[in-house]
Design a protein around this ligand. Structure first.
Ligand code: DX5
Ligand code: ZN
Length: 215
């Protein structure tokens, strides 16, 4: 049974309290919070003040996915805002090992996200330090895109790397997860499923979360 992390990028931004309450009473495990800076990705979403408010609206894990340049400049501020898991992109970090130690020293779980073009083997020398690896199954920047099938191969490679190194990192899949493809993603080895459009654009988000959880 995978953990389910609905992405609030697809929530109703005028009613974040209502959507947070909906997630609180659902079987969702994590709140997935997508931060975009308009530089690392070609879109701008929301940032610290919004996350600080969502933090007050839930006891569940706040999983913050930073799609930003120079994430080390903001790690302490995201801790302050209430992040439990802080994920940075490998493509945005010249000193990834330092960035990961910083996140852990601040008292958060550390995640690394990898874009579709980035090979999993680049994680070999950092995997043992990670709590989460977020494999992007779309190009980051927008919700509602189509799942890239090659991700299934990367999940299996990552699973093998984690086993080989006797590491503990959870495998999180982000982008284009649906009720139709979730079982193949879990079968390949995923531990956490992010779902934006599938949850928030469905007629009954609580039931959709339950259906994902039951896979
Ligand atoms: C994409 C974000 C995702 C996105 C997922 O840049 O990182 O978390 O919100 O949305 P769906 O599930 O709609 O692809
Ligand atoms: Zn995300």
């Amino acid at each position: 049974m995978a953990l389910i992390a609905p992405s609030l990028l697809s929530a109703d931004f005028l009613n974040l309290q209502k959507d947070s309450e909906m997630l609180n009473k659902s079987e969702a495990d994590w709140f997935h919070l997508d931060v975009m800076d308009g530089r690392f990705v070609p879109n701008i979403s929301f940032g610290l003040p919004v996350i600080a408010h969502i933090r007050k609206a839930t006891q569940k894990v706040c999983d913050v996915h930073l799609m930003i340049e120079a994430p080390e400049q903001y790690a302490a501020a995201f801790k302050e805002a209430g992040a439990d898991v802080l994920t940075v992109h490998i493509e945005a970090c010249r000193h990834l090992h330092r960035n990961i130690q910083q996140i852990k020293q601040l008292g958060m779980k550390a995640g690394v996200a990898v874009n579709p073009h980035t090979p999993v083997h680049l994680l070999a020398d950092i995997i043992s330090d990670l709590d989460v690896v977020c494999l992007m199954s779309v190009n980051p920047g927008f919700g509602g895109q189509k799942f890239i099938p090659h991700t299934l191969h990367k999940i299996r490679q990552l699973k093998a790397l984690i086993t080989e190194k006797n590491a503990q990192a959870l495998i999180e899949i982000d982008g284009g997860v649906t009720l139709e493809n979730a079982s193949s993603i879990i079968l390949a080895g995923a531990d956490v499923l992010v779902a934006g459009n599938t949850v928030f654009k469905s007629a009954d988000p609580v039931a959709t979360i339950a259906a994902l959880k039951a896979i």
